[in-house]
Design a protein around this ligand. Structure first.
Ligand code: NAD
Length: 420
């Protein structure tokens, strides 16, 4: 049993408890567990940045690589004021189970800088990114660890990382990051991939429950890359997106929000708040609105012991990583809410990141139709596997998905040995 580590935090604790629950079920020995809970490698760096007003501000940055047993590590980089080393370690661990679940040759990683990009200029964010990349160079590489976008980062951030890394090594290395712009080796369909994947799986869940997609009501917390593309992909099936939110608050319209007009409003105001014809709703209220599908697509620990009893959805699709606390999970597993667990639900992002990496290494690029077709094939296979496994073993969906992922990593470790 681990007593104290530098990673100690509520999110890390949550990831460890989820792992232990599954390790018990799989019969993984105590001696193997400590290594599985703790990341192989962690880098903590200082990132001093010259701000626009001439001051130098110091930021703290992290990169955590969970395991290197199956191949390089893979995972996003997050810019957010609440980033901590424990959160990054938890997210890296979840990436490991996710990559293994969907069958990708990666271990999990994650990175982050504790900063508030909303309060920084574009020039300040660029300088922060380039300096952070410089510090990461000893431990990243297209065969070692490949970053991607996450909360608060985007294609432009990835372009700066790719450029800074390439300048250092003396030639262009597109395979150093995924989620970069298409014009420098990004993949068609990567920007939309996580949302498209969420929408595909929500549709499969609706089929399973015999809920007609047309007219089904959907609530989405968080309207960034994932929330936005999930909404657009679902609206193609004529679902009603009745409420969405961002960090400033939410909006509700029973008949369904007009997404094209909402996109224009966001472009003008940088928020969903104040959208004409919709009622304001708080992020807390939004989670308990009656709907067919609830999609947390923002940050961790939103569905808690306090609000889980008030959820009025039939499907909970975890587009965010770790949106449900362990305490809330105890209640959910006994309820009749159909859960799409995070490591399955948002896996479309890393699947297409894998395609992007493969295309970069081969210098051979695919059409968007090929990307989507391969994405849906992997999602279909994984969804069916998780559903069949859950049914056969009488497991809660999260446990089934975790058991498949954790077992694949444990098996690989067993045959390789102690090092990776
Ligand atoms: P993003 O930065 O593009 O968007 C995040 C959205 O959440 C924004 O609308 C922001 O305003 C909102 N938000 C932030 N804090 C909030 C809060 N406390 N309450 C309500 N809304 C809040 O980030 P993203 O890439 O869309 O990532 C969202 C989630 O999806 C994260 O948990 C991330 O780890 C996960 N995820 C992202 C990807 C990807 O490809 N980008 C892949 C897998 C998982």
């Amino acid at each position: 049993m681990i007593t104290q580590t530098v990673f100690d935090s509520p999110v890390f604790q949550m990831a460890c408890e989820q792992y232990d629950h599954i390790a018990d079920w799989l019969g993984i020995g105590q001696s193997e567990r400590e290594r599985a809970r703790l990341p192989k490698r962690t880098l903590v760096v200082q990132v001093p940045v010259r701000m626009d007003d001439g001051r130098v501000e110091n930021f703290q940055g992290y990169r955590v690589q969970h395991h290197l047993t199956i191949g390089p590590t893979k995972g996003g980089i997050r810019y957010h004021p609440d980033v901590t080393i424990g959160e990054v370690a938890a997210l890296a661990m979840w990436m490991s189970w996710k990559c293994a679940l969907v069958g990708l040759p990666f271990g999990g990683a994650k990175g982050g800088v504790t900063c508030d990009p909303r309060k920084m200029s574009i020039g300040e964010i660029e300088r922060l990114t380039r300096r952070f990349t410089q510090e990461l160079i000893p431990i990243i590489g297209p065969q070692v660890d490949i970053p991607a976008p996450d909360l608060g980062t985007n294609e432009q951030t990835m372009a700066w990382i790719m450029d800074s890394y390439s300048t250092q090594v003396g030639h262009s290395v597109p395979g150093i990051v995924t989620g970069k712009p298409v014009c420098i080796g990004g993949s068609l369909g990567r920007r939309e991939a996580t949302g498209r994947g969420v929408a595909y799986l929500v549709n499969r869940a609706m089929d399973t429950l015999k809920i007609p997609a047309e007219g089904a009501s959907v609530v989405i917390q968080g309207f960034g890359n994932v929330g936005f593309h999930t909404a657009f992909a679902l609206s193609r099936h004529r679902t009603r997106i009745v409420a969405v939110s961002d960090y400033r608050g939410g909006i509700y319209c029973k008949e369904g929000l007009h997404l094209d007009k909402l996109a224009v409003h966001i472009q003008k105001t940088e928020s969903v708040v104040g959208f004409e014809g919709a009622e304001p709703v708080s992020n807390e209220e939004l989670l308990t609105l009656p709907c067919d599908v609830l999609i947390p697509a923002a940050v961790e620990r939103q569905v808690t012991a306090d609000n889980v009893g008030k959820l009025r959805c039939r499907i909970l699709a975890e587009a965010a990583n770790g949106p449900t606390t362990v305490e809330a999970d105890h209640v959910l597993r006994k309820s009749d809410i159909f859960l799409l667990p995070d490591i399955l639900c948002n896996s479309g992002g890393v699947i297409v990141s894998y395609f992007e990496w493969v295309q970069d290494l081969q210098n051979f690029f695919w059409t968007e139709a090929e990307v989507n077709d391969r994405l849906y094939r992997i999602l279909e296979q994984t969804f069916s596997h998780v559903m069949q496994f859950a049914k056969r073993e009488k497991l809660y969906h999260r446990d089934a998905a975790m058991a498949i992922g954790v077992k694949k990593v444990a098996d690989a470790k067993k045959v390789r040995g102690l090092f990776p």
